[in-house]
Design a protein around this ligand. Structure first.
Ligand code: FPP
Length: 250
């Protein structure tokens, strides 16, 4: 594949675990378990396809509205996933990052996140960012508050978009090139709303546990065919592409 048409950073909204289990007359937890196991497979597939950064939405600031038993099961799953995956993450050169409002996390999850992030900090192959208790609106607001704390004598009027970027939870990751949502809905649901301003969106009806390496390749193929203009005209983009290939003399 032409490496310039390969996204550096893929973000995924892993939707459809509940419907996956409902279709099989199984409890929702089974769908989440299958979802966790699918995450493992997709991380591996991303490494094989030379993707550098993968960011997944595991729990949104709105997911607290779910039944308390489901919330407890999900948090339990995150703790167990982090514990069981540390060895594999290290072996594969994966650097783990967890983003979101951690203030409401149970202590066990806090400790497990700290341990897993510290132990994988040297990973160079892929950054796996897991968004837990994350919301794009929360992220923008916390970034502004953090900027203000760091610049107590400056006025918000002096804040630029570039200055805010280092305070976003995703820093220093590049913005996602491709955002995939499984499960048939076509919306961002408050995921990386600032960072996705120019991201290519890909929606599929496949439920998350069914989204396999072949489905990932289809998303990559769709991405490779898109022309990213970043606000420029078609002509500007074409002449830039030609210049890169050495076709023009400029
Ligand atoms: C959406 O499916 C999924 C979630 C809210 C949880 C995502 C969690 C996992 C994929 C588990 C693995 C993650 C980690 C980090 C171990 P849904 O329940 O909204 O499905 P539905 O729309 O069909 O009800």
């Amino acid at each position: 594949m032409n490496m310039t048409s390969l996204p550096k950073h893929i973000a995924i909204i892993m939707d459809g675990n509940g419907r996956w289990s409902k279709k099989r007359l199984m409890p929702r937890n089974v769908g989440h378990l299958m979802g966790a196991s699918n995450l493992r497979a997709i991380v591996r597939a991303c490494i094989e396809k030379h993707i550098l950064h993968l960011t997944v939405f595991a729990f949104s600031t709105e997911n607290w509205r779910r039944p308390p038993e489901e919330v407890a099961t999900l948090f339990d799953l995150f703790v167990r996933y982090l514990k069981s995956e540390i060895g594999e993450l290290q072996a594969q050169g994966i650097r783990l990052k967890v983003i979101g409002d951690h203030s409401a996390f149970p202590k066990e999850l806090h400790d497990q996140i700290d341990a897993a992030c510290a132990l994988t900090a040297q990973g160079q192959v892929l950054t796996l960012t897991v968004a837990i208790n994350y919301g794009g609106k929360w992220d923008i607001l916390q970034a502004m508050q953090a900027w203000q704390r760091a610049h107590p004598y400056e006025n918000l009027d002096q804040l630029s978009q570039e200055q805010l970027t280092p305070y976003l939870a995703t820093h220093p990751l590049p913005e996602p090139d491709l955002l995939i949502r499984t499960g048939g809905e076509s919306r961002l649901s408050n995921f990386l709303i600032w960072q996705s301003a120019y991201t290519e969106l890909y929606f599929t009806d496949l439920l998350w546990p069914d989204f396999d390496a072949k489905a990932l390749q289809m998303a990559l193929d769709s991405y490779a065919q898109r022309v990213r203009r970043f606000g420029k005209t078609d002509e500007q983009v074409q002449s830039l592409g030609a210049a890169k290939k050495g076709i023009t003399s400029t």
